[in-house]
Design a binder for this molecule. Structure first.
Ligand code: ATP
Ligand code: MG
Length: 262
């Protein structure tokens, strides 16, 4: 941890754990150059609270995925600094960043990123297998049961529906109990019932296990499961809402005048 990093942290939680699981300071991300240059993020400051469920919303193209990818160390920033816990990741060498992602971060991608040659169970335990960690069997059973995959564990991704594949991806992120989980529309491909099950499970993993979750979503109902919603527009953090409900989120989205929200 650098001395400069210390300045960005909020007071500590009781017990001494840092209250912030991830932070961005003045993060700008540009793509391309000259006339085709796009500023996807423009001087964004954000703190993601530990043990909380944070949703990121905003119109299509507003920079939600870009912000999440930068926070998770999947993409580099053009300017600014990012911390995961107490570790500044901007400036880390590839090898260190890979190890940090492997040990501390879980991902739920929109395109599930499952390995086609592995069955559901093997996909779920893959990150731990790679890290040489043994899964906690009781926890693994609970995760698998909650996402409703107990009878599909030996199936390969091509033998699963889209929703089932997404549930494998959710189980994979939760199974290793990472410090922080990032999900880019993790319930975007699910019917409302499977989506609600997954969201309740994410909610419980925050409430009962202190998991930290950051979720990009277009869905006010999904955002209603979060503790806090951050609103992006044109690469700028424009608003936030605590204790959101589906209705209050919908109301806020309507104020994105004339802009598409999905
Ligand atoms: N690799 C890239 N090269 C050039 N421009 C990009 C690239 N990735 C994203 N962008 C641009 O950056 C902006 C933000 O994109 P981003 O994917 O973060 O949006 P988003 O809020 O996640 O949108 P959506 O809701 O549609 O997923 C967009 O204008 C997009 O066109
Ligand atoms: Mg996106």
């Amino acid at each position: 941890m650098t001395t400069a990093a210390a300045a960005v942290y909020d007071p500590q939680l009781p017990g001494g754990a840092p209250a912030v699981a991830a932070s961005a300071r003045q993060v700008t991300k540009s793509y391309g150059a000259g006339e085709t240059r796009v500023t996807a993020l423009d001087a964004v400051d954000v703190d993601i609270q530990r043990g909380r469920f944070t949703a990121i919303m905003g119109p299509s193209g507003s920079g939600k995925s870009t912000l999440m990818h930068c926070l998770a160390g999947l993409d580099t920033v053009t300017e600014g600094r990012i911390w995961i816990g107490e570790t500044e990741i901007t400036g880390l060498k590839d090898k260190q960043l890979t190890r940090l992602r492997r040990d501390k971060i879980g991902f739920i991608f929109q395109a599930f990123n499952l390995l086609p040659t592995l069955n559901a169970l093997e996909n779920i335990t893959l990150p731990m297998d790679i890290a040489g960690r043994k899964p906690d069997q009781a926890w693994l059973d609970r995760v698998v049961e909650t996402v409703g995959l107990s009878d599909r564990l030996r199936h390969r991704p091509t033998q699963l529906s889209g929703g089932q594949q997404q549930r494998v991806a959710v189980a994979r992120a939760l199974a290793a109990r990472p410090e922080i989980i990032f999900g880019d529309e993790p319930t975007g491909n699910l019917d409302s019932r499977s989506g609600a099950e997954v969201l309740s499970f994410l909610r419980r993993s925050v409430d009962e296990l202190g998991q930290t979750i950051v979720m990009v979503t277009h869905d006010p109902v999904a955002a209603g499961y979060a503790d806090r919603v951050l609103f992006l527009a044109d690469g700028v953090m424009v608003d936030e809402m605590h204790a959101p409900t589906a209705d209050s989120v919908l109301e806020r989205m309507r104020r994105f005048d004339g802009k598409r929200t999905s």
